[in-house]
Structures are given as structure tokens and as C-alpha cells.
Design a protein around this ligand. Structure first.
Ligand SMILES: *Cc1c(COP(=O)(O)O)cnc(C)c1O
Length: 343
């Protein structure tokens, strides 16, 4: 079977993006978040390529994701960010993977089930998402626990001037002197860009590896390129409309190509009027609304015909800014109908 839509994935760009974050991590080790199936690109394929580039520390959200990756060969390390529910114990004890303990209950569960075995611990420094409170982290509940990585997560790292960044880093710095761990880790992609005070021993980029731009000053090579086959090219007269809701009205005669991709493939409906294909390096705008399985683009004055393949504009940051859909959602929403091809 040949799919009428493709996801072309650039392994060299992925590795180059990781090296960019590794260089900005200074002497800290640079890991990689591969949760949500490697942000939609395929966790296994991403992990193998990043390991080959030198990455050692990987992070997923759930034990399902860890189990799907299987035991990783040393010296690779995998941590499960969402911690350890009672139901997770069998798989957690069977895999060489560390839970990131987030609550006193999780700590007690791990102490009882795997005494002495290393784990990671998340401490909440102000985001009020997952993690022990600072006072819980300093208390006796962690006594006897071998903490491989003590980590925290930044709430506003994509806004460099937000005073919350410094508050969180200062609190985490203080905790690092009070809670014993082999390593300390604070920064995601955007956090790495905030500078040396955020690096600690280990960084955890995600978005930036996959071609996203987490904030000012970051650069990324596009990793995922979508292309779709033209199913039909039709002439449209002045005054005709295109697509659901008849939202696009042609002002002049034009040629319109209908492509096999839509919001069910993760090509967000919010990209209506925003997205574009690239033809000979030129942006050609989408016309009208994104359908579930189809989009229409203006191919007036080109030789594009039925059966041709067109590539969608891969600029994630621009698509996000224009559509209001976060770069994270644009990536993780990518559907299952693509033929995936690493180059
Ligand atoms: C997802 C996640 C990351 C990676 O964040 P990016 O913004 O994608 O770089 C790092 N740490 C934790 C705890 C996460 O949940």
C-alpha cells in the first residue's frame, strides 16, 4: 500500500539540534524528552538517533511509553516523569527504568517495593504541577532513598524576563544544597537558553530537538516535513468559493489543488488561512478551511497537476504564531496515517 501522505524525518537535523542544546548545556549532560512518542515523530527512532549522537538520559511520561521502548542498553538511562502508581509497580520493578517520584505516597511505595534502588525525584518550585513541595523534599521522607536525579520544572522559561525563572532557579539551587542526589536537573529546551544558572548537572530538552523554537535566541533545524499528494486540480472562477463554509471567495480565475491531508492527520484546523505549501521555494497559501482529510491550495501559474506531491511549509514557530496552536500541539498531534520515512 502506498500512503498519499508522508512524514519525512531528518535524522541529521535531529542530531544537530541535540548538539546545539548539548553545547549550550556547558558541562552539564544533555538528555532528551521522548515522551508522547518522541513528540509525535516516533520515540524509538528518535531515541536510537539521539543515542548515536551521544545522548544518554531519556525521559518519558508513562510506564506504557517506557515498556514500549523496552530495556535500554547501558549506559542509556530512562526515567518516567509521572512517577509510580500502585498499578505501575510490576512493570517498574521489571524494567531498568527509574520512576520520577512526585508525591510522599510514591516515595513510600518505592521505598517499600525497591529498597535502595535508585530513583529520581521531582520537587515543585512554583509551577504547582507535579512534585514534592520543597519542605517535603527536605524532610525525612527521603531518608534512605537513593536519589539519582533531583529535578524541578520551569513554568515560564519561554519568557526569559519573567521573574519566576530566577525565583525557581534560586529555590532549586538552595534545595540542591539540602537534598542529596547524584545529579540535579532543572532546564527544558527554553530553560537551557536562559543561561548557565539554569544548567545544573543535566538538562532535559524536548521541543527544540524536534525543530521547535522554544523562545528568543533559539535556533532549530526543521526535523519533520509533511508532504501530501495532489488528488485533484480544478479551475475556479472569480466569485466561486472553496471549502466548508464557503469562507474563501476567489477574486479572479485560479487553479486550486486538493491535497490528501487534514486535521485528522494533525494538520490543525486553526491553520486555515495560515498554512501554506512550498512550490519552488515560494509559499502558496491554503484556501478556505482545513477539512478532516483534505486541504486546498492555490497553484495558479504553476505546473502542479494530479498525482504531484507538495510539501507543507515546515516552519513550526511561524505556523504556531499565526494560528495560536502551540508548537508542541502541532508536533504531538501528527496522526498515524503518514508513511514515515527517516532520511
Ligand atoms: C516535557 C518535559 C521536558 C521537555 O520540555 P520542552 O519544553 O519540550 O523542552 C522537560 N522536563 C519535563 C519535566 C517535562 O515534562
Amino acid at each position: 500500500m502506498t500512503s498519499p501522505l508522508r512524514l519525512t524525518l531528518d535524522g541529521a537535523a535531529l542530531a544537530a539540534n541535540w548538539r546545539w542544546y548539548a553545547a549550550r548545556s556547558g558541562s552539564a549532560a544533555c538528555g532528551a524528552a521522548v515522551k508522547a512518542d518522541g513528540y509525535g515523530l516516533g520515540a524509538r527512532a528518535v531515541l536510537d538517533r539521539l543515542a548515536a549522537a551521544g545522548c544518554r538520559d531519556f525521559f518519558v511520561s508513562s510506564w506504557d511509553e517506557a515498556a514500549a521502548l523496552g530495556p535500554l542498553p547501558a549506559p542509556l538511562s530512562l526515567s518516567v516523569l509521572h512517577g509510580l502508581r500502585e498499578a505501575d509497580l510490576p512493570v517498574a520493578l521489571a524494567l531498568p527504568v527509574r520512576p520520577v517520584l512526585n508525591t510522599p505516597g510514591m516515595v513510600a511505595r518505592w521505598k517499600a517495593a525497591a529498597p535502595g534502588r535508585p530513583c529520581d525525584v521531582m520537587v515543585d518550585t512554583g509551577m504547582n504541577r507535579l512534585g514534592l513541595s520543597p519542605s517535603e523534599a527536605r524532610s525525612e521522607i527521603l531518608s534512605g532513598v537513593r536519589v539519582a536525579t533531583l529535578m524541578s520544572h520551569l513554568a515560564c522559561a519561554d519568557v526569559p524576563d519573567d521573574p519566576m525563572n530566577r525565583r525557581q532557579a534560586n529555590l532549586f539551587r538552595a534545595l540542591s544544597g539540602l537534598v542529596r542526589a547524584d545529579r540535579y536537573s532543572l532546564a527544558n529546551s527554553a530553560g537551557i537558553c536562559l543561561g548557565a544558572a539554569y544548567r545544573f548537572d543535566l538538562t532535559r530538552p524536548g521541543l527544540g530537538l524536534y525543530g521547535g523554537v522554544p523562545g528568543p535566541g533559539a535556533v532549530a533545524l526543521p526535523v519533520a516535513r509533511l508532504s501530501a499528494e495532489v488528488l485533484q486540480v480544478r479551475p475556479v472562477s472569480a466569485g466561486d468559493t472553496v471549502g466548508y463554509g464557503a469562507t474563501f471567495v476567489a477574486r479572479a480565475p485560479m487553479r486550486v489543488a486538493i491535497l490528501n491531508i487534514g486535521y485528522a492527520d494533525g494538520y490543525a484546523r486553526a491553520l486555515s488561512g495560515v498554512g501554506a505549501v512550498l512550490i519552488d521555494g515560494k509559499r502558496r497559501p491554503l484556501l478556505g478551511r482545513v477539512s478532516m482529510d483534505l486541504i486546498a491550495v492555490d497553484v495558479t501559474g504553476t505546473r502542479v497537476g494530479e498525482g504531484d506531491w507538495l510539501t507543507l511549509d515546515p516552519d513550526l514557530a511561524a505556523a504556531s504564531a499565526a494560528s495560536g496552536v502551540s508548537q508542541y500541539e502541532l508536533l504531538t498531534g501528527l496522526g498515524q496515517r503518514f508513511a514515515r520515512n527517516w532520511v
